[in-house]
Design a protein around this ligand. Sequence first.
Ligand code: DX5
Ligand code: ZN
Length: 218
Amino acid sequence: MSGIKIHPSILCADHGSLAMEIKQMTDASADYFHVDVMDGDFAPNFACGTEIMKCIKKHSHIPMDVHLMVNSPARHIGFFRDLGADIITIHPEADKQAARTLAAIRETGAIAGIAINPGTSVETIKELLPICGHVLVMTVNPGFGGQKFLDFTLRKIKELGTLSREYDFSLCVDGGVSHSNIKKLALLGVTNFVVGSALFGLHDYAKAVHELRGEAQD
Ligand code: DX5
Ligand code: ZN
């Protein structure tokens, strides 16, 4: 089994045919559904919540990776775990007590994830790495699918790629991932790829997921 994981970003699905999108992506053997929860404050958009997660649970057995782009996420951990989140990722920029919140996530049995915005340094989360199972680097500014990958994030991705072997977390990138950069990112140590606009809307999801995974591991 490949160590490369593809996380389709449900934000970029056709929400008019959500059940169908979920079923097709499940048949395509995606690894996780990535659910972006946005509060219109930390991220300049309102997106994905209860009903979408229930719809995923109803139509798929694939685990859910919930990316909380909300301020003060601690109060919502139990809520999202109850909805079926398998990975819960928070932002240190949005949480004054990130270490406490990561511990609370682990206590629910979910994998604890930490995400950093493009402008946030590795130094900010270094002390948290021993208590994380998942690190997500935002490679676009949070809010919307379909943005261009920000190349200046490559330097810290490389640094985190090295640290992932020391601390044993999965390294994930989120934003602007496509055929043109997935190989380069994998070579830096990225194993988990959130993919939105380069996947949804295509004719054959199984082929697309298979190709992306193959390009990353070749
Ligand atoms: C951006 C989100 C991403 C985004 C990915 O705020 O966190 O998950 O939807 O979409 P693409 O792959 O189109 O950048
Ligand atoms: Zn995301």
